[in-house]
Ligand binder design. Structure first.
Ligand code: ASC
Length: 151
């Protein structure tokens, strides 16, 4: 029994060590990084879509649903950036080469967006505040898209 507990602890440690591998080493291929960041943006977009539908009145406002969507937007907004790896502005992606060449600018835009999505979670508790904050979040998305995304 003690031996089993020890080997379980060993396995847990080994798994922990695995997950501690630096983010940059997590993509075996550039295409994997592109898929990863597109997946994160897809999740953000789907949840922004739910919130927009409520803000427009195309879907009934439900605070719990809205706040869950806002939490997902906020969480997913932290994911794409580690996948802006070298040579990933070609292939199945709309990222412009400028988005890799101006990493500091992308980071600043991501920071601004994350500051706005953090406020979205509380704002989504009521329709009025959701509308206002969704505008701020959308503007922070657009700022980066206008510069660094094709079409
Ligand atoms: C959204 C969404 C985006 C941004 C952008 C803002 O709801 O899916 O990509 O807002 O359209 O202009």
């Amino acid at each position: 029994m003690k031996k089993l507990a020890l080997s379980l602890a060993g396995a847990a440690f080994a798994a922990g060590a695995l997950f501690a591998v630096p983010a940059a080493a997590q993509f075996a291929k550039v295409e994997d990084a592109i898929k990863y960041r597109k997946a994160a943006f897809t999740i953000m977009g789907a949840n922004m879509g739910r919130l927009s539908a409520m803000a427009r009145g195309d879907r009934p406002f439900d605070a719990a649903v809205a706040q869950a969507a806002a939490r997902t937007v906020d969480m997913a907004g932290h994911l794409p950036w580690e996948a802006f790896v070298p040579n990933s502005a070609a292939g199945d992606t709309r990222l412009k080469p400028e988005g890799l060449a101006n990493a500091a600018e992308v980071k600043a835009a991501a920071d601004k967006m994350q500051a706005e999505t953090a406020k979205l979670v509380t704002a989504a508790a009521s329709l009025d505040t959701l509308r206002t904050q969704l505008g701020a979040v959308g503007a922070s998305c657009k700022a980066c898209h206008d510069k660094f995304r094709k079409d």
